[in-house]
Each structure stands twice: as structure tokens, then as C-alpha cells.
Design a protein around this ligand. Structure first.
Ligand code: PRP
Ligand code: URA
Length: 219
């Protein structure tokens, strides 16, 4: 457990975004007849909506301002520095929605792809803002399957000094959630669906297929 705002909460919490708008949009994304253009737009819209939840506990400061009528004490986010870190490729599809909400966030990139036979992640790129260790990090990747990619990405960020990390995904498999809760119990997971299982190729069932290929139209 850890302390947040004076209360203890369980580590590695799983937050399932069950808002009707999100569920409706996700259903269209899962449909095999949905093309890349709609898929991309829906992913962007969902990312914005999940971003609203992922930032829900950002601390606020009091600030003195003057409205056209009177002076007042108002609320302002207390200098929270954010980094959005997509796992390439598919995580890129979630960046623009989040940037709309957090326009001054910096963006880091982690390149990982899964070996088709072993399903183990292979790292090929890592580029972060200089002060990444001081930032609240939101990793984006639509698919949490075995959890290997997300776990590796979190480990890389921790090696670079990051301690405040959340994972934003779209569809998660129980295997991936369990893996992350074991490897990184301090990282909260925000997902729009917890699906049934993985198939023999480590694809999520029912899932939505290959997220990268559907975003970029590569199949
Ligand atoms: C997909 C997905 C995740 C990973 C999830 O990427 O975007 O990064 O697989 O699987 P895991 O939880 O079992 O690691 P992929 O390796 O297909 O690369 P791509 O985004 O470049 O297509
Ligand atoms: N990567 C994907 O894009 N989809 C899956 O179901 C699993 C891994």
C-alpha cells in the first residue's frame, strides 16, 4: 500500500473505464469492419476521456485572482510536470488526445516490438525529456497482452529515475494485468476493458486485433 492525499490505497490498482461513451466507442473499434480512419479518431477521443480520469487526483493549489467583479481564491494545478510516453508504434495513437488535455506535457518515446515466436519485447528506441525523473509519467499503449512490453517500458523508465508512473491502455488481458501487478505493484493501470484471455499467439480475446496495424493500416 502507499499513501496518497493522507489515505492509503492499494498499489497497482486496476481502473476500468466503464463510462458509456468510452464503451460505445470501444465497441466500434473492436468491429473488424471499422477502418483505420475511424479507428484512429476513436482512439484519440477515448484517450482524451481516459486522460480526464488519469489526472483526477492531480493536486491543486490556491491562487488569488480577480474576476471582473471581485477578488477570489481559486484553484490551479500545482505545477504538475507531465510526460506522455507512448510505446511505439501503437501507443502513438493515444498521444494527441492526451496532449489536447495537457498541452504543455513533454513527450518521450519507447520503441518496443514483440518477437513473433517468443512474444518477448525487443527494445529499439528510447528518448526522454531531460528532466523525466521529475515528471509524472503516463505510458500509453492500447494493448496490454502478456504485459511484457509494458513491464519492460516501466523498468526502463525506473532505471532513468522515474517513480511516478501510470499506464493508460485500451484493452487488457488478465495475464498482462497480473504480470504488471507482480513486476510493478506501484503502477496504476487505466484500461477501458478487461478481456477474457490470450490466444496461442498471445493476442487478446476477444480483443481488437493488431492495434498498430489497425491504426496505421499496415495489413
Ligand atoms: C503490441 C502492442 C503492445 C504489445 C502488447 O505492439 O501495441 O506494445 O504488442 O503485447 P504484450 O503485452 O504481450 O507485450 P507490437 O509488438 O505488435 O508492436 P507495434 O505496436 O509496433 O505493432
Ligand atoms: N498486440 C496487439 O496489437 N493486439 C493484441 O491482441 C496483442 C498484442
Amino acid at each position: 500500500m502507499r499513501e496518497r492525499k493522507g489515505v492509503f490505497v492499494f498499489m497497482g490498482q486496476l481502473h476500468i473505464m466503464d463510462h458509456p461513451l468510452i464503451q460505445h466507442k470501444l465497441t466500434i473499434m473492436r468491429d473488424k469492419n471499422t477502418g483505420s480512419k475511424d479507428f484512429r479518431e476513436l482512439l484519440e477521443e477515448i484517450s482524451l476521456l481516459v486522460g480526464y480520469e488519469i489526472t483526477r487526483d492531480f493536486p491543486l493549489d490556491d491562487v488569488e485572482i480577480e474576476t471582473p467583479l471581485v477578488k477570489m481564491t481559486a484553484k490551479r494545478i500545482s505545477g504538475k510536470k507531465v510526460a506522455i510516453v507512448p510505446i511505439l508504434r501503437a501507443g502513438l495513437g493515444m498521444v494527441s488526445g492526451l496532449i489536447t488535455l495537457l498541452p504543455v506535457a513533454r513527450v518521450g518515446h519507447i520503441g518496443l516490438y514483440r518477437n513473433e515466436e517468443t512474444h518477448e519485447p525487443i527494445a529499439y528506441y528510447f528518448k526522454m525529456p531531460q528532466d523525466i525523473q521529475q515528471r509524472f509519467v503516463i505510458i500509453t499503449d492500447p494493448m496490454l497482452a502478456t504485459g511484457g512490453s509494458a513491464s519492460a517500458a516501466i523498468a526502463m523508465l525506473k532505471e532513468h529515475g522515474c517513480s511516478n508512473i501510470r499506464l493508460m491502455c485500451l484493452v487488457a488481458a488478465p495475464e498482462g494485468v497480473q504480470r504488471l501487478q507482480k513486476d510493478h505493484p506501484d503502477v496504476d493501470i487505466y484500461t477501458c476493458a478487461l478481456d477474457e484471455k490470450l490466444n496461442e499467439n498471445a493476442y487478446i480475446l476477444p480483443g481488437l486485433g493488431d492495434a498498430g496495424d489497425r491504426i496505421f493500416g499496415t495489413k
